[in-house]
Structures are given as C-alpha cells and as structure tokens.
Design a protein around this ligand. Structure first.
Ligand code: NAI
Ligand code: 15L
Length: 270
C-alpha cells in the first residue's frame, strides 16, 4: 500500500452530484485508486481514477461496479422528493443492488447519504437521537428508511458494516433560516466521511450529519465511536440569512418540522 493511503480502492457513487463532486478530491487522498460512478457524465478520469458510468438500478452493472473495492461511499440516487417510480428506481432498487454487489464481492464497509427526511416529521422542540422511530416526510424519506433497514439487515445477517449518515443540509453555506439548524459544511462533511471510513468498528451506525451549530435538533451521543468533531457553525451566517428571508410563522410545518418544506409539501403524486 502506498504511504499515507488507507485503502487500495474506494468506490464513490453519485460522483457527478453536489456531494460527490465535493468528496471526489478528498477521497482521492485516502486511497491508491478511486473508482467514481454515476448515471450522468463525470468528466475525465484523473490518473488515480477509474470512471464507470452506469445505472445502479441495473443489478449486473452494480455487481461489476463493486468488484475489487475495499469500501463504498454511496451518494448515488434520487437526492430529492420525486415520483414513486423515480424514488423506487434510484433509491430502493439502486440501493438494494449496491448492497448485493457489496455482499457478493466481500466489500467490508459502506458509508452512505441517508437523510434528515427519514425523521422529518419530528417537531422542532423535540431533540432526537439515533434510537427514535423513523418518521419519514416524503416518498424520498421512506426510501431512506428502507436504506437504513437494509443496512441493519446486511450487518446482522452478513457482517457488512454500514454508516447511515442522516445528512441535514450540506451546501457551501446555509440557504435559509431552517439551515441555521440543519447545516453541514463541506469541511465537516469531508471529515465525517473520513471518520466513517476509518473508525475501527462501526457495525451499523446511524449518525446525524450536521455541523456544530448553536441550534440543534439531533444528538449524536450514540455515534461517539465514529469520532466526528464538527468545526463549523451556521450561526456565522445568521445576520445575512435573517436580512434575506422573512420572519417565519413558527406554526408553519416548514419551520415546525425537522424536515421543513418536505414535511409541509403535499403528496408528490397528487
Ligand atoms: P445529487 O442529486 O446532486 O447527486 C446524486 C447523484 O446520483 C446525481 O449525480 C445523479 O446523477 C446520481 N444518480 C441518480 N440516480 C442514479 C442511478 N439510478 N444510478 C446511478 N447514479 C444515479 O445529490 P447530493 O446533494 O449530491 O446528495 C448525495 C446523496 O446524499 C443523495 O443520496 C442525497 O439523498 C443525500 N443527501 C444529501 C443532502 C444534501 O444536503 N446535499 C442532505 C441529505 C441527504
Ligand atoms: C436532503 O435530503 C436533500 O438531498 C437536500 O437537497 C436538502 O433538501 C436537504 O435534505 C435538507 O433537508 O435541507
């Protein structure tokens, strides 16, 4: 193994997406070879990269994709609410195929982007930990609960380790008042993914992906073994956000529910 590298080969799915693009150079630091994959174009392969364009809903493609990798950072799939067919294709069939590929190919660990929308119907005055019953707020949130369920199953039955990261809002800066609570900075996200990959033992861990914001909805005491130490705080953006956005109605679900607009929206199929 080359000096300073923790892994021979890592796989990053969703490499053309917002988080995949941000994580691509960071993951390259950790491994000798980074395999990047997406259904969309990902640009040219760098010297240390393998670029594989495929649909994770294709089981044969997912099996081939996961061959020969030590660990997977899975960010591919539908990243927002959508029709049931879209969510089914990208997140449920795609996730199952990714897990099956990992199992058949003996991959040791998978780290993936679950979402706060798995618990989006909790109310803002309820601070929750990872042991709560899921309360998904959308088709999308239901697919994340499915993902967490399959992760638990593959640990219990096959010993495949997974970290399910219930990501809050991961963007360069918080975009609205809700994100003053839910924001995960890019720097903290990169550190979190690294910790999830290198922590000695994770079994199936659920962790909230959120920066060290003053206002908190999620308590990560059950994932202390990951060693996640966020450094950024959305409070630094408060005056800018408050100047740009109207005073919220605290009873509106957009502000009252952890999932914000996803909880407040109607059913997507209507
Ligand atoms: P994104 O939508 O920018 O990226 C997702 C990528 O997955 C896209 O490049 C898309 O082409 C690819 N993809 C979709 N269906 C696919 C399929 N069937 N096969 C292969 N690739 C497929 O999403 P983003 O923001 O980068 O998020 C990454 C993951 O993290 C997503 O699973 C999302 O649900 C999750 N997440 C992100 C949050 C955020 O704040 N950015 C918050 C919570 C969860
Ligand atoms: C998510 O799950 C989405 O992927 C992201 O685009 C944001 O909407 C985020 O949740 C959020 O809750 O802010």
């Amino acid at each position: 193994m080359a000096e300073g590298k923790r892994f021979r080969r890592l796989l990053l799915t969703g490499a053309a997406g917002g988080l995949g693009t941000m994580l691509r150079p960071k993951l390259a630091e950790l491994c000798e070879t980074l395999r990047v994959s997406d259904i969309a174009d990902m640009g040219e392969a760098a010297g240390h990269e393998e670029v594989v364009r495929c649909d994770l809903a294709d089981a044969d493609a997912a099996l081939e994709l996961t061959r020969g990798v030590d660990a997977v950072v899975h960010m591919g799939g539908k990243g927002l609410e959508g029709t049931w067919d879209e969510v089914l294709h990208g997140n449920i069939v795609g996730f199952y195929n990714t897990f099956e590929g990992c199992r058949k190919n003996g991959v040791r660990r998978l780290v993936w982007g679950s979402s706060n929308h798995a618990i989006g119907f909790y109310r803002r005055e309820q601070v929750i930990d990872a042991s709560v019953t899921p309360r998904p707020d959308s088709n999308y949130g239901v697919s994340k609960v499915f993902g967490e369920g399959i992760a638990q199953y593959y640990w219990d039955k096959f010993g495949l380790e997974t970290v399910s990261i219930r990501i809050g809002s991961c963007f360069p800066e918080p975009r609205d008042r809700r994100m003053l609570t839910t924001w995960l900075s890019y720097r903290d996200c990169q550190h979190l993914i690294e910790r999830c990959l290198i922590a000695p033992r994770v079994a199936h861990t659920v962790i909230y992906g959120v920066s060290d914001n003053d206002m908190k909805l999620w308590d990560n005491w059950m994932a202390a073994h990951i060693g996640f130490r966020p450094q950024d705080n959305a409070e630094a953006f408060r005056s800018k956000i408050e100047a740009e956005t109207p005073e919220p109605d605290p009873n509106d679900l957009v502000h009252a529910a952890h999932g914000g607009g996803f909880a407040a929206a109607g059913h997507f199929e209507d």
